[in-house]
Design a protein around this ligand. Structure first.
Ligand code: AMP
Length: 187
């Protein structure tokens, strides 16, 4: 089963992705983690993206699209892909459709964790203390939220027409969100 977790930063995509990965023995594809890893390694990609990441801007589509390609085509991960934070633009969504199609796969479920700005600010402040993420400062968070809201609308419109699209109230507690997701995993 291939699943997309969609929603603004701090909506709980990572937490729910980890739950699904464990339950279905799948693989989490977090483009945020992959990009942070490139920065950590100080790779060519890392050097190119560090400023955008720290400014809360989206990384160039071409870079992100390239980054996920190997994973989608990995036979071990076929039909076991849990996307967390990808796609975030219409170009990325269309790229994913193409990659899945050419590897004989499809998106089985799309969860949109919808959550407001106040809840996100509270959550990210907590996460900053717990996880010490370098891109978790309040200015970056607000920029990331605004960027997300402004640029992902077309992606939301694109997926909301899909019969496998499910909107979930992301301001609920972790277990409550998991229970709502579970309903669709158990069918
Ligand atoms: P995340 O860990 O998903 O919250 O992502 C952290 C940051 O990584 C974002 O604010 C973006 O700068 C960058 N990023 C992650 N995924 C993507 C993506 N699919 N497209 C563009 N930028 C991304």
């Amino acid at each position: 089963m291939n699943i997309i977790l969609f929603g603004p930063p701090g909506a709980g995509k990572g937490t729910q992705a980890k739950y699904i990965v464990k339950k279905l023995k799948c693989f989490q594809i977090s483009t945020g983690d992959m990009l942070r890893d490139e920065i950590q390694k100080n790779s060519e990609i890392g050097k190119k993206i560090i400023n955008d990441m720290n400014d809360g801007k989206f990384v160039n589509d071409e870079i992100v699209n390239k980054l996920i390609e190997n994973t989608v085509f990995d036979p071990e991960k076929k039909d076991k892909l849990i996307f967390d934070g990808y796609p975030r633009s219409l170009t990325q969504a269309k790229n994913l459709e193409l990659l899945l199609k050419s590897s004989n796969q499809k998106v089985n479920l799309i969860f949109f964790l919808n959550v407001n700005k106040d809840t996100i600010i509270k959550r990210i402040k907590k996460r900053k203390v717990l996880e010490k993420r370098s891109d978790d400062n309040i200015d970056t968070i607000l920029k990331r939220y605004d960027t997300y809201m402004a640029t992902t609308r077309p992606v939301l419109d694109f997926y909301s027409k899909n019969p496998n699209f499910h909107e979930i109230d992301g301001s609920l507690g972790i277990d409550e969100i998991t229970a709502k997701i579970d309903v669709f995993l158990n069918v």
